[in-house]
Design a protein. Structure first.
Length: 364
């Protein structure tokens, strides 16, 4: 399908340019914020791809409207559908592809206002990044034909280095930093909540095995060969599985270390066992607010529900509620028993909508 010059072609070419730029940035090891830039540009490329499809099929109507039916304007310009809305309106992506895109939409929102060193997060999400790109390529061909395919421009698309280079070791150490730990917790929680059937697909996260070819190779062979797992015989699959136990870093779905398991009622009960002054749910609400442990009801819609203080609290997406760690119990009890926190303090600050810096109350 060759598009004529017009809005659809302009959107599609812009989408492809964003995708190619994202890969170019990702593959420059010295580029600052390369993983963050890759995510941002790939979300732009996906958005413009679907907008190009809408423009071709339903016309230039992919814009938000006010309740009166008029288009919503931002600085005088019509506000186009964002990627999340485009996905909903399109309605033809598989659950695995949607889960991959949702992962990056949420991750982008989390890293947007953080300064994160270039390799710290990339090491964790290489598989998801590769799937984000492969899924884009597949949908691009599906919607507009193979003549717009970008695979020849990508070659060995996203580059990754040998296992355990010095840079990777250093980056893994950096993953322990406070700034990155929250992102790491989000990634682990998201993977944990993804259905097993989706998590194991290549559309959610590509799992690659890199095996050096050292014998019986033709001098004209490619240095790297990709094998379609679905076309591999059962015997060869078993052999590959044996290899992976020796050479690959395997991403496993595992329960987050020290997961939050306590409901608010359990926290109140635990505090009351040490605090003889009828600690109640309202007291707990005050503490959650003044120390910014989790978003409040007033924040719904404006703040990501995952924006919690992950040292003490996690958002349970499956049940749409918040669970607390034993550390939160210990924090409350230690501050009450030491006298640094009293009902008068937390109620007064809550009533006046005053926040407190939690680090000044954390007892080593």
């Amino acid at each position: 399908m060759q598009l004529r010059k017009g809005k659809t072609k302009t959107l599609l070419e812009s989408s492809i340019d964003c995708a190619l730029l994202s890969v170019e940035i990702y593959n420059k090891p010295r580029a600052p914020f390369r993983v963050e830039s890759f995510i941002t540009h790939m979300i732009m490329s996906w958005t413009r791809l679907l907008q190009a499809h809408f423009n071709q099929t339903i016309g230039e109507t992919f814009f938000y409207k006010e309740t009166n039916g008029r288009y919503k304007l931002i600085d005088g310009e019509k506000k186009a559908w964002e990627l999340k809305t485009c996905i909903q309106k399109y309605g033809k992506l598989s659950e695995a592809v949607k889960s991959n895109l949702e992962f990056f939409i949420k991750l982008r929102n989390k890293i947007e206002h953080r300064t994160i060193s270039k390799d710290e997060i990339g090491l964790m999400i290489f598989g998801e990044c590769q799937s984000l790109l492969y899924n884009y390529e597949n949908e691009l061909i599906k919607l507009f034909g193979s003549e717009y395919a970008i695979n020849e421009s990508l070659a060995y698309s996203l580059q990754f280095s040998r296992l355990r280079t010095a840079k990777q070791v250093e980056a893994n150490k950096q993953l322990l930093s406070t700034e990155v730990r929250e992102i790491k917790d989000f990634i682990e929680k998201y993977r944990l909540n993804v259905k097993e059937s989706i998590f194991n697909t290549q559309e959610f996260s590509v799992k690659l095995i890199q095996v050096p070819k050292i014998a019986n190779t033709n001098r004209n062979d490619l240095a790297i060969e990709f094998v379609n797992w679905n076309s591999v015989s059962e015997e060869d699959r078993n052999n590959y599985e044996k290899i992976t136990t020796l050479i690959k870093d395997k991403v496993q779905k595992a329960e987050v270390i020290n997961p939050a398991k306590l409901k608010p009622g359990a926290v109140v009960k635990a505090v009351n066992e040490s605090y003889q002054n009828n600690f109640n749910h309202y007291d707990h609400k005050c503490l959650l607010y003044i120390f910014s442990i989790k978003p409040t009801k007033e924040d719904v819609g404006s703040i990501d529900p995952f924006e919690t203080n992950t040292k003490y609290c996690h958002y349970d997406e499956a049940h749409n509620d918040y669970l607390f760690k034993e550390e939160w119990n210990a924090f409350i009890i230690s501050n009450i028993t030491s006298g640094t926190l009293t009902r008068e303090i937390w109620k007064s600050n809550f009533d006046n909508k005053q926040k407190l810096e939690i680090s000044t109350f954390e007892i080593e």
